[in-house]
Unconditional design. Structure first.
Length: 373
């Protein structure tokens, strides 16, 4: 769609920029709340849109960070910043950048390209520094902290009002939403198939609201300004980050375990404790994986087919969370097989050691008998 077909300009809106980091195996949210220097709150979904369809057993902790400058490539932007902590070890840094009144969709496209298509090293570094600084302040609440170079990004273009009342159907039909979510600034129109693929995950609760979810960004037309949908999308992004972290961790651990098993072959390793140590290592990792998967599966519970539940499930599909989880589970099964092989190898080593001990005892008895006579 050509953005010139949509004549309205944004009166009130905000760009929500998320940068998420995996910082620990777990975060004690109650302790973090007690340690937090700024205002904090535990977010719960109790609005009309949720209708009891979503339960969050352990709501994330939101900590207000005050005013910050978001270092964008197009120039620094003043923003309200906050830190969101998830109990499974994820920190999310959120910058809320106001959209200037009178901005058109076409004028937003270069910013969308900057965030969704081009690298953002300065912004990523600033957000990571923020997370690390807060991590040091909240250190006692972090369980087995670690530093991982990976991160997840997400962006939400939230419009509360246009220069006049516009129904959601008109926004959907005439505004260049697909180009905005893709960060596409080319004058050549998108193909019908690509546009349809982006716009198929769209939802409306009332006639004047609209949510369109893509894999790395979302567009919301929400006159109330309620942040239920952005918060749920952040939840799904945190879930994705955790799965990516454990996918990379399993790759490293499996490669290291295979290398140690290869190095441990040969008769000279008869009395080594290498296999026993590897066995404990794999058992510990299997336990950690089981706890992680249980936390993720219980992080958001869908108990009804209501509006927010449908939006969240669409985000789960769009982010390919089932595929990522299956990949982690497949590697977990490989690790379980390795653990079983190590258990068998340890049993063989023990049996060999027992046989050698018995032979040595028999030889000692023979030698003792000869020495006595």
């Amino acid at each position: 769609m050509d953005g010139r077909d949509f004549p309205h300009r944004i009166r009130e809106g905000v760009l929500r920029i998320y940068r998420l980091f995996d910082v620990a195996d777990e975060i004690d949210l109650a302790r973090a709340e007690a340690l937090a220097a700024g205002p904090s709150a535990r977010r719960r979904w109790e609005g009309v849109h949720s209708s009891g369809a979503i339960e969050i057993p352990h709501p994330p902790l939101h900590i207000d960070l005050g005013r910050r400058t978001a270092p964008l490539a197009s120039g620094p932007r003043e923003a309200a910043a906050s830190l969101h902590l998830f109990d499974y070890g994820v920190m999310s840094v959120l910058y809320k950048v106001p959209i200037s009144p009178g901005t058109s969709f076409e004028e937003l496209l270069p910013l969308a390209e900057e965030l969704n298509v081009l690298p953002t090293p300065a912004l990523d570094a600033a957000a990571r520094a923020e997370a690390e600084e807060q991590g040091r302040a909240l250190g006692p609440s972090l369980v087995r902290p670690h530093r991982w170079e990976g991160l997840e990004t997400f962006h939400v273009f939230l419009v509360q009002s246009f220069d006049e009342a516009v129904p959601a159907a008109e926004v959907m039909a005439r505004a260049p939403i697909a180009r905005l979510l893709l960060g596409e600034t080319s004058l050549t129109p998108l193909s019908a198939a690509e546009e349809a693929d982006v716009l198929k995950h769209r939802f409306s609760y009332l006639a004047d609201d609209l949510a369109v979810v893509d894999w790395n960004s979302a567009f919301l037309y929400e006159p109330s300004g309620v942040a239920d949908i952005p918060d749920l999308l952040e939840f799904a992004t945190a879930h994705l980050l955790e799965l990516r972290y454990y996918d990379a961790l399993l790759d490293r651990e499996l490669q290291g375990i295979y290398a140690e098993m290869q190095a441990g072959r040969g008769p000279q390793r008869l009395f080594t404790r290498r296999y026993a140590n590897l066995q404990r290592r794999t058992a510990s990792l299997l336990l950690e994986l089981s706890e992680m998967i249980e936390r993720l599966e219980n992080g958001v519970k869908i108990v009804g087919d209501f509006y927010l539940a449908r939006v969240y499930q669409a985000a789960v599909r769009r982010f390919r969370l089932p595929a990522w989880q299956e990949d982690v589970l497949r590697k977990q099964r490989l690790l379980a097989d390795v653990h079983r092989l190590l258990d068998e190898a340890t049993g063989v080593r023990r049996a060999e050691l027992l046989e050698v001990t018995i032979i040595l005892l028999i030889l000692w008895e023979i030698l003792w008998a000869l020495l006595r006579h």
